[in-house]
Design a protein around this ligand. Sequence first.
Ligand code: ADP
Ligand code: AMP
Length: 217
Amino acid sequence: MRIVLVGPPGAGKGTQAQFIASHLSVPKISTGDIFRDNVSRGTELGRRAQAYMARGDLVPDEVTIAMVTDRLGEDDAQNGFLLDGFPRNVPQAEKLSKLLASWHTKLDVVLELVVDDDEVVRRLSGRRTCRRCGRVWHVSFDPPTKPDVCDVCGGELFQRDDDSEDTIRHRLEVYQQQTSPLASFYADEGILLGIDATGPVEEVTERALASLRRFLR
Ligand code: ADP
Ligand code: AMP
């Protein structure tokens, strides 16, 4: 199954992606995670992406698309994938369609996680991420047993630099201007599936899986 998750920053894409991907036995491919990994390792790709990420702007399309093309070409993505954070604008979506068509395949479904801006700000301001395994936590909504320690792997939890109030606001504007048009782009293709992404994490996962099953039947 080839799935894209869309939704504003903080909608819960990364949180849901880990459960949905493992349920469907496909790799979760998060462009944000790949960029952050490259920034922390100081690679050329990380150096090119860093300033855009710090401001909350999109990394230029040519950089992002080249990275995603390489990743989707890897063995584990040949029978399906769950993309989290890509595409982020219509040119990226068009490029993805062309790439998949050149491989004689296409997306099955685009799952949109719908939450309002106030909830996004609450979620992002308390988000903590594991430095080692990437698991996402929240100080109030999904707290780890010990503060700042990941229950899954024991890694150290950190707060993302781009989760400051000003950058959150800017990322929401970028989402409205550049990413939200993807909903009508994919609705026109007949593959958009929107779900209410509020409520406990497990309920949202159940909702997502139930909708996906119904959609694919
Ligand atoms: P995204 O990948 O869309 O930016 P995340 O998955 O990182 O969003 O989630 C943002 C924050 O919101 C995290 O701290 C996460 O623990 C929290 N979160 C995710 N889903 C829910 C939910 N259903 N209810 C409350 N908090 C949530
Ligand atoms: P995320 O982890 O999805 O919130 O992404 C964090 C940051 O990485 C974004 O604010 C962008 O700067 C960058 N990024 C992630 N995915 C993309 C993409 N598809 N296109 C451009 N920039 C991206």
